[in-house]
Design a protein around this ligand. Structure first.
Ligand code: DOR
Ligand code: ZN
Length: 349
């Protein structure tokens, strides 16, 4: 298709390959933001309690589907939260039944609701072997959790300590290195075979670590993995806009109410779902790479997961879009990504 003009861009409907919906009222409040833009989303399982078995995922999927606005076509793709006790048979059965699209590896205590995560990656070998055999995608939160490792080094250290080994031991396992934040991760993924890919969030394309720490502490720019120094941001921008099929869209939108972000011990996570596509598009425009936007947003993800691209399309048009300072969620305040800024594109009706 090429009906594009300098002021209008039509692409296949995109998907979000990494997203937190939560549950209950918060979930019902945030699902419409994602369903407005994306055809599908890989839904993270870090609920409390986590989504560890197929039966839980099937019920969670039904709750999400009930929250999709009438007339909107949106498919949640469910993930299994891996623990030290994951049953490979339940996982394989859930995948065969179309309940699980992927499984998620959180190193224990790496981030929000990850206390039940994997305590020793080596012990996961039987599960990974089964996933490799069945073609089930492994999504990885790639940070070590050891107290002696500096928070800015935790991703690079994960590559050295765990990821190289997983990929060497399971060469045919499909692995998504999620929300990458470093030049080290970009280079690692580029040097792997086609069964290793990465998602990149909008925030890691827009900000470096100064945005979190300069001019006072900025809790709404805090997520995990934390933003790194500028050289890493530039490497991520180059990767995302390069046209390489190894990099695709995954927002990691992680809603936390204002009151739990602006407090003495604030939660990690950036709520970017409301203007996610517009946020990514700003990056592609700044990089002079609009021709690669559709690949990143709509084509590379389905190709990696072995799924068809979405049938319909979405049009973005140039317009001044003011992002509110805050939004209402469950009768409370939540601060969206880009709060108070003006974006340059909007989704046409
Ligand atoms: O910043 C984050 N928030 N990173 C994660 O890995 C989890 C997420 C959340 O669930 O809030
Ligand atoms: Zn996440």
């Amino acid at each position: 298709m090429n009906t594009n003009t300098p002021n209008r861009l039509t692409i296949r409907r995109p998907d979000d390959w990494h997203l937190h919906f939560r549950d209950g009222d918060i979930m019902r409040g945030v699902v419409p933001y994602t369903a407005r833009q994306f055809g599908r989303a890989i839904v993270m399982p870090n609920l409390s309690p986590p989504v560890t078995i197929a039966a839980m995922a099937a019920e969670y999927r039904d709750r999400i589907l009930a929250a999709v606005p009438a007339g909107v076509d949106f498919t949640p793709l469910m993930t299994c939260y891996l623990t030290d006790a994951t049953d490979p048979d339940d996982l394989a059965r859930g995948a065969a039944q179309g309940i699980f699209t992927a499984a998620k590896l959180y190193p224990a205590n790496a981030t929000t609701n990850s206390a039940h995560g994997v305590s020793d990656v080596a012990k996961l070998a039987p599960v990974l072997a089964r996933m490799e055999a069945e073609g089930i995608v492994l999504c990885i939160h790639g940070e070590v959790t050891d107290n002696d490792i500096d928070v800015f080094d935790r991703e690079a250290e994960f590559i050295a300590r765990h990821l190289r080994g997983i990929i060497a031991d399971f060469p045919n396992l499909k692995v998504v290195f999620e929300h990458i934040t470093t030049a080290d991760a970009v280079e690692f993924v580029q040097n792997c075979g086609p069964n290793v890919a990465a998602t990149i969030t909008p925030q890691h394309l827009h900000i470096n670590r100064n945005a979190m720490l300069v001019g006072g502490i900025q809790p709404h720019n805090y997520c995990l993995p934390v933003a790194k120094r500028e050289t890493h941001r530039l490497a991520l921008r180059a990767a995302a806009t390069s046209g390489s099929p190894k990099f695709f869209l995954g927002t990691d939108s992680a809603p936390h109410l204002r009151k739990v972000k602006e407090t003495s011990c604030g939660c990690a996570g950036i709520f970017n779902a409301p203007f996610a596509l517009e946020s990514y598009l700003a990056v592609f425009e700044e990089e002079g790479a609009l021709e690669h936007f559709e690949g990143f947003a709509s084509l590379h993800g389905p190709a990696f997961y072995g799924l068809p691209v979405n049938a319909d399309s979405i049009t973005l048009e140039r317009a001044e879009v003011p992002v509110p300072d805050s939004l209402e969620l469950t009768g409370e305040d939540i601060v969206p990504w880009h709060a108070g800024q003006t974006l340059g594109w909007r989704i046409a009706d």
